[in-house]
Design a protein around this ligand. Structure first.
Ligand SMILES: [Zn+2]
Length: 381
């Protein structure tokens, strides 16, 4: 525990009376709890007062003033920490949150999860607040994803889309039926504001680059935009629903992990017709697609990957891989896309897969990367 630590017991942590003289803190779901005893009314007030706004030494002074033994209180705080119930807020985390009571209330719900995934230096919340994410495509995935990232504390979220909203674009948490006919980028900005009113919605300033770009519209590996993003060294993540299948990944860190062209080359190896087929997939504006549950699960799965990357504390599962979500069960399937030896992106010489962190297991993997075996269909005789 550092000197600047401000102990926070999230307000939603249950404090349960256990007999006349004990309080069980948490431990209701699959988490550890802590039984505090003896525990009179002063102890309950002390626990509820751990709002992350006072440094621990002030907490101990106040506890002594309330007639509690400071050394016993310090032991209880250590016990709560060891059980994972208490998070330590750095003073800079408080400064990195938006001001005002409404923003404070919103932050209170987000902060514990962000802090408990913190790196040793406790920087993940402040890192999120400083981050700039650009979403390409105000789609049924892109707009709810932008709103989720803003609500999760990402400081600057900008959605790029030159089109106008159609009735089919409306989705829970994203564009609405009332947005039909409006520029999609403006309607997406409103969706973000509904979730997080104070988030900075401006695009990155001239000359500055985003920390991450999410491709939330139909894309092709030959897309000049993607080539430009890759050349500029900007990390990017695919998050789309094509037909009925949601796809999240790969997360590309240029020159380090396998890229979109690597995946494309694997598909070409598996099926020489792939380049001609792929060109047709993005030739025309694709209509809005994907069931609401598929789009939202895709958006949230992508948000988890983005936050893991920005926080720098967890290995995104989509490095050198994609997660696919297909109805009806939408169970995540992981497909590996290692760096391709014929690709000039540098991931192979950088070590390719061996350099990338191993993500958590998400489900069954396909036996061979990128292999597609279409069923044979005949038209008439
Ligand atoms: Zn590559």
């Amino acid at each position: 525990m550092s000197d600047t630590a401000h102990p926070l017991l999230p307000a939603a942590t249950p404090l349960l009376r256990s007999g006349p003289d004990a309080i069980q803190v948490g431990g209701v779901d699959s988490t550890d709890g802590l039984l505090v005893t003896p525990a009179g009314g002063g102890v309950a007030a002390l626990l509820r007062g751990l709002d992350g706004r006072r440094p621990q030494r002030a907490v101990l002074v106040d506890a002594a003033g309330a007639g509690l033994d400071p050394s016993a209180v310090a032991v209880v705080l250590d016990g709560l920490r060891a059980a994972g119930l208490l998070v330590d807020v750095d003073a800079a985390d408080l400064l990195a949150a938006d001001a005002g009571p409404a923003a404070t209330a919103r932050t209170a719900a987000e902060l514990p999860a962000a802090l408990s995934s913190s790196a040793a230096d406790g920087s993940s919340w402040q890192g999120r607040r400083r981050s700039v994410v650009v979403i390409e495509g105000a789609t049924r995935v892109g707009t709810p994803l932008a709103a989720v990232l803003a609500a999760s504390g990402v400081g600057r979220v900008s959605v790029r889309d030159p089109g106008r909203t159609t009735a089919g674009d409306a989705v829970v948490g994203g564009l609405t039926a009332a947005d039909e006919g409006r520029p999609r980028s403006l309607a997406a900005a409103d969706a973000i504001r509904r979730a997080s009113p104070l988030t900075d919605l401006r695009p990155p300033p001239d000359g500055a680059r985003a920390d991450l770009v999410v491709l939330a519209r139909a894309w092709a590996a030959s897309d000049p935009l993607i080539a430009g993003i890759h050349r500029a060294g900007v990390p990017h993540l695919v998050a789309t629903v094509r037909g009925e299948t949601g796809t999240v990944g790969p997360l590309v860190v240029p020159g380090v992990t396998s890229c979109l062209r690597c995946a494309d080359l694997h598909r070409r190896d598996a099926d020489p017709r792939w380049p001609a087929l792929a060109a047709q997939l993005t030739a025309a504006d694709s209509p809005s697609s994907g069931a609401t549950v598929t789009c939202l699960l895709t958006a949230v799965t992508a948000a988890v990957q983005v936050l893991a990357y920005l926080d720098g504390t967890a290995a995104p599962a989509t490095v050198d891989a994609t997660v696919e979500l297909r109805p009806p069960d939408l169970a995540p399937r992981l497909r590996r896309w290692p760096a391709h030896p014929a690709c000039d992106c540098g991931a192979v010489s950088a070590g390719g897969r061996s350099a990338s962190p191993a993500g958590p297991s998400l489900g069954p993997e396909t036996a061979t990367s990128g292999r597609v075996h279409p069923r044979q269909g005949t038209m008439g005789d």
